[in-house]
Design a protein. Structure first.
Length: 134
């Protein structure tokens, strides 16, 4: 089901799986909704088109539990890392401990026009993604 304004619309899995599940939802400023599912992200554009994104090397049995969107970027928690999809060119970037991410478990993400806020059971971190993702 998808809530649109004051109504609830039923949508079936656009990819035909019966156990896709939705674990998190975020919406970009252009109106595209992104759904964290098993093995990646499903999106629905404001004009009703569906797309599927699977980060390189991502375990298809694992859910994407945390999402955030800012501009053309979609941030997703992928284990102890954050994978960033740039929908403008379809590229992926991984931010992990080698790039300064100091959390082992990510519970929530929030992005604004400059910072990605990363929550974990033990801390909240702020990453200036405008500098990290040039």
């Amino acid at each position: 089901f998808l809530s649109t304004g004051d109504s609830l619309v039923e949508y079936s899995d656009p990819y035909g799986a019966t156990d896709w599940g939705v674990f998190d939802i975020t919406r970009a400023t252009n109106g595209t909704a992104y759904f964290g599912t098993l093995g990646g992200i499903v999106s629905r554009t404001s004009d009703g088109r569906w797309f599927r994104y699977v980060p390189p090397g991502y375990d298809l049995k694992q859910p994407v539990r945390s999402l955030a969107a800012a501009g053309t970027r979609v941030f997703m928690a992928t284990g102890p890392a954050v994978t960033v999809l740039d929908t403008k060119d379809g590229s992926y970037t991984t931010i992990d401990a080698t790039r300064g991410l100091l959390v082992a478990e990510i519970t929530s993400l929030y992005a604004d026009d400059r910072y990605l806020w990363i929550a974990s059971p033990s801390l909240i971190a702020r990453l200036d993604y405008t500098k990290e993702l040039r």
